[in-house]
Design a binder for this molecule. Sequence first.
Ligand code: NAD
Length: 261
Amino acid sequence: MTQAYTPFADDSYAGRTVLITGAASGMGLETARAFAAKGAEVVMADRDEAGLERYGSELRKGGAKIHTVKVDVSNPESIAEAFAYCDAHLARLDNVVTCAAIITAKRLFEQDWAHWQRVLNVNLLGTFFTVQAGVKRMLENPAGGNIVCVASDAGVHGGGGLIADTAYAASKAATLSLVKSVARELAGKKVRINALNPGPTDSPMHAHIDPSLKERIAANLPVRRMGRPEDMAAAILFLCSDAASFVYGAALDVDGGSMFR
Ligand SMILES: NC(=O)c1ccc[n+]([C@@H]2O[C@H](COP(=O)([O-])OP(=O)(O)OC[C@H]3O[C@@H](n4cnc5c(N)ncnc54)[C@H](O)[C@@H]3O)[C@@H](O)[C@H]2O)c1
């Protein structure tokens, strides 16, 4: 009898690899920890070299197989270099998770052209060209692969400038759309792509939010707490696992009920 695949076993990602952008903080870091805890070989990519150094060595001390790569996802050459590193150091690339993003909270008339370019370059172009490079490797891999793009509930219900602004929300709505489009184009291939829609999550990204506002946000959510990076990491691991083999081109809301419908 063949051994049943147990997606939540301690070693369920043993022998598999993952590249995570935005891995030096918040959800990306927690996702790196979660993959490493399940036995994966992890490439942590971020523009924050000090964070990579700190958390990469912390995870290595725990016995995990960790690579760290400096990347600026708003620069296509930098993305190409990060993937060249993967080509040189990994047997193959099984999973790509795009967490790298910046949040901005400007009012309507404070947002100029340069602001929009900055936000779209990181959040949208950075995500698209990371996905493109990942898909290219996965199509060459007979086992295929999985991609998860972290979008946002703001991409669904908008941002009013207090916590997130129009440029940020639009970049995340476009991320949801790019996932659908790439999924359409990859139909019939062995590469799955899905989006994750986090709700308000207590990570360093929200350092600009006053604690009393965080309390109000939590109180307004049906589950009465903000999300934790661990909540998102667990969902990302699920989306990359064979347990999610029928989840395709989807957007998974992990939001404490902020968007339930
Ligand atoms: N925190 C929330 O409430 C929330 C809600 C919905 C969606 N999200 C999304 O979740 C993802 C992770 O957010 P987080 O809360 O962990 O944020 P975070 O700020 O803790 O982490 C983001 C990471 O991205 C990196 N990064 C930023 N620009 C980069 C660039 N140009 N190149 C490479 N790396 C870059 C940062 O250095 C940082 O390590 C983001 O896509 C964010 O938009 C967050």
